[in-house]
Design a binder for this molecule. Structure first.
Ligand SMILES: Cc1cc2nc3c(=O)[nH]c(=O)nc-3n(C[C@H](O)[C@H](O)[C@H](O)COP(=O)(O)O)c2cc1C
Length: 198
């Protein structure tokens, strides 16, 4: 067994130090290498992989197991573009920063019932599951949240209505998916954010 192997000496367990490379599983590697793409290529995402990525979301934890979320998958480029144009207009009017979805192969809108106090946390967990699932297929992802304050704006809501997003839902997160054409590599991480209490 990897990790702290059980060197049994006199009834106790001895900690055996393990080098980091020994415990890097493909899954951990996926986490460590995940980075936000600068641009997506126009290659198509296989349908089955996209379905599995979206499905990974429903295996995320949810507060009180409410699962009041909805994941709306848009893979038609013209529809993503149409939504993006509307979001550009509304965010510009409201002076909200929005850099666009970067022409992804698919866009997943993660929404939740606004009355659910855990709604944002729940979809955040779901988004991370989706992004890790995508990474395991070599698919890059970009997380944005341009709709969180404008889901009820008339132009946006009528588009959401056309997708079947419930009226009481806010789109908290958008996950854009595709093959990275340009990548800047991941930003360095603040390792001192982790504190171990012994
Ligand atoms: C709530 C939230 C909103 C984000 N919005 C954007 C965004 O609008 N544009 C963008 O390029 N990245 C966005 N990101 C991605 C982060 O900027 C990115 O994960 C972080 O800078 C680390 O970069 P890396 O993933 O490439 O290492 C967002 C991430 C979160 C969690």
């Amino acid at each position: 067994m990897k990790g702290y192997s059980a060197g049994i000496t006199g009834g106790g367990q001895t900690e055996v130090p393990v080098s980091e490379t020994e415990i890097i599983t493909p899954f951990i590697k996926n986490i460590l290498e995940l980075s936000t793409p600068e641009a997506f290529s126009d290659a198509d995402i296989p349908r089955e992989e996209l379905q599995m990525i979206a499905r990974a979301g429903i295996y995320a934890p949810s507060g009180h197991n409410c699962q009041t979320w909805k994941f709306t998958v848009i893979r038609r480029g013209s529809e993503i573009e149409a939504l993006e144009n509307i979001v550009q207009k509304v965010t510009a009017e409201k002076e909200i920063k929005f850099d666009g979805f970067r022409s992804p192969g698919a866009l997943i809108l993660l929404s939740n019932d606004r009355r659910n106090p855990y709604g944002i946390q729940d979809v955040s967990c779901a988004a991370q599951n989706m992004m890790l699932a995508a990474g395991s297929y070599g698919i890059a992802s970009l997380l944005t949240n341009p709709l969180k304050d404008i889901s009820d704006e008339t132009k946006i809501r009528s588009r959401l209505d056309s997708y079947g997003v419930p009226r009481e839902h806010i789109v908290w997160i958008c996950v854009a998916l595709g093959y990275a054409e340009e990548t800047k590599g991941s930003y360095c991480r603040k390792e001192n954010a982790v504190i171990h209490i012994r």
